[in-house]
Write a protein that binds this ligand. Structure first.
Ligand SMILES: Cc1cc2nc3c(=O)[nH]c(=O)nc-3n(C[C@H](O)[C@H](O)[C@H](O)COP(=O)(O)OP(=O)(O)OC[C@H]3O[C@@H](n4cnc5c(N)ncnc54)[C@H](O)[C@@H]3O)c2cc1C
Length: 432
């Protein structure tokens, strides 16, 4: 049996970045053959793609600087559009109301300027949208798009995710309805993307940094059981059993719960947590009619995917040598739901059909299609999310298990948020 001072479960960005920040040697166990978790990339005929294009951006300058110093990146100006009733509306929606037809434009502007919901305290996501944007923008875009991505009614979701969205300035919305261009969400106006190898380049950089600090990273090392004895943890995995002083979890808490005994009230909370899985459908085509745009958001219900991205936008390394394009459609689904049951083949058939129906591609131009799905994609902030998550995390804390990362903390964290947390945890552990 091996004795290890610090063991990290899971080799996604959380596990790898944490290891790279730790001073004392540690071991990372990852069940998959490749490190990276949700941030890993795949290859399709020479073009790398992620699980939903993973762009590098952050309000946190320390993390942004760290990421752009770890990998060589292209700095890219956003060109995202909303596709609504056959028209392109520049993202964010409220900054391009002029692109709507006259009736929708008036509806959105008037309800924003004379908003009867403005003075209420928002108790849920839908109420927040009504309060902040008015009925027009909410019913035209925000509500249908959010229903589509979350597969959950926004009136049954809390405001944790949206409460930091600022109210758009009145002048900007008026200008946007008059056809004068303005920009919203300026912290995402420019973003970075690795010049080569997709987002995996960032994963690999963290892995290299961790190895250079003498940490051991083990792939194909699924953890199968965790017990405690004499104040130490016994961790069984398919690469051996370890006795561990300090245990850090970065795996989804649902996976962790299957490896150790948890009291009934914690299991009950776990069962109540809600999350979405995702299908990624990659379509390579000889030509498309999308133009030079990166991400297109599709709020309309009769189109199966909520977002379409054109990977050519990310740089030369993401263009096919034959001049064609690689498009990625994303379809979320809740485990056990109707969409979960229809399978990859049917999803890709529907994606192709919808792409053709809305005129983005012609079926005869398709050269290849690849589909993947991921079980843990998006945390759903349903009305009991905070209470249930706190119950589970306080149980783990009481056991002395640290839990850090997107599904380990069950929060909507992008990689910058994850690294913010691992930097903080590493500072604490390095001082102990
Ligand atoms: C569609 C989509 C788009 C996104 N876009 C962006 C973006 O543009 N920019 C951005 O910064 N972030 C983005 N994110 C978020 C980003 O992917 C996550 O924040 C990040 O990858 C989470 O890392 P993590 O290490 O916390 O978790 P994970 O990546 O989930 O890592 C957990 C690891 O634990 C491993 N594991 C599970 N069970 C076991 C076991 N029994 N034994 C050992 N290991 C195990 C898993 O294999 C996995 O590698 C996006 C996410 C999605 C789903």
């Amino acid at each position: 049996m091996n004795y290890i001072d610090t063991l990290i479960l899971g080799g996604g960005i959380a596990g790898l970045s944490l290891a790279s920040f730790l001073d004392k040697p540690c071991v990372v166990l990852e069940k998959e053959p490749t490190f990276g978790g949700l941030s890993r990339s795949f290859n399709m005929n020479g073009v790398c793609y992620d699980i939903g294009p993973h762009i590098i951006f952050s309000k946190n300058k320390e993390v942004l600087d760290l990421h752009t110093s770890l990998v060589q990146t292209n700095r890219i100006k956003r060109s995202n559009q909303i596709f609504y009733k056959g028209r392109y509306v520049k993202y964010p929606f409220e900054n391009d109301l002029y692109a709507l037809d006259k009736e929708d434009r008036e509806y959105c502007l008037k309800e924003f300027l004379h908003n009867p919901y403005e003075t209420y305290d928002a108790q849920n996501m839908l109420q927040f949208f009504l309060k902040t944007f008015g009925e027009g923008i909410t019913r035209t875009y925000l509500q249908p798009y959010n229903e589509k991505i979350w597969k959950y009614d926004p009136s049954c979701m809390d405001t944790q995710m949206v409460e930091r969205i600022p109210k758009p300035p009145r002048e900007d919305v008026i200008k946007s309805a008059e056809g004068i261009s303005t920009e919203g969400y300026t912290h995402q106006l420019y973003f970075h993307y690795p010049k080569q190898a997709g987002f995996q380049a960032l994963v690999d950089a963290y892995a290299a940094k961790a190895i250079s600090r003498s940490h051991r990273l083990k792939a194909n090392a699924g953890v199968s059981k965790i017990t405690s004895k004499d104040g130490k943890w016994l961790v069984e995995s398919n690469v051996g059993t370890y006795t561990v002083r300090r245990l850090i979890n970065t795996m989804p808490i649902h996976e962790l719960s299957q490896l150790m005994v948890m009291p009934d009230h914690v299991t009950t909370s776990l069962l109540q947590l809600k999350y979405n899985s995702i299908y990624i459908v990659n379509v390579q085509v000889k030509r498309d009619s999308i133009g030079d745009h990166f991400a297109i958001y599709l709020p309309e219900k009769d189109i199966i995917f909520h977002r379409l991205s054109k990977l050519n936008f990310l740089g030369d390394a993401y263009c096919q040598t034959n001049g064609g394009s690689t498009l990625m459609a994303e379809v979320t689904f809740r485990p056990g739901s109707y969409l979960a049951g229809i399978g990859e083949k049917e999803i890709s058939r529907r994606v192709l059909e919808d792409l053709e129906t809305i005129g983005f591609i012609s079926g005869v131009d398709v050269t290849d299609v690849q589909v993947r799905h991921e079980k843990y994609a998006y945390v759903i902030y349903d009305l009991k999310h905070r209470m249930n998550t706190d119950t589970i995390l306080s149980f783990l804390r009481a056991q002395g298990i640290y839990s850090v990362g997107r599904f380990a903390e069950f929060e909507y964290l992008n990689t910058d948020g994850v690294v913010e947390r691992t930097l903080r945890l590493a500072a604490q552990l390095n001082q102990e």
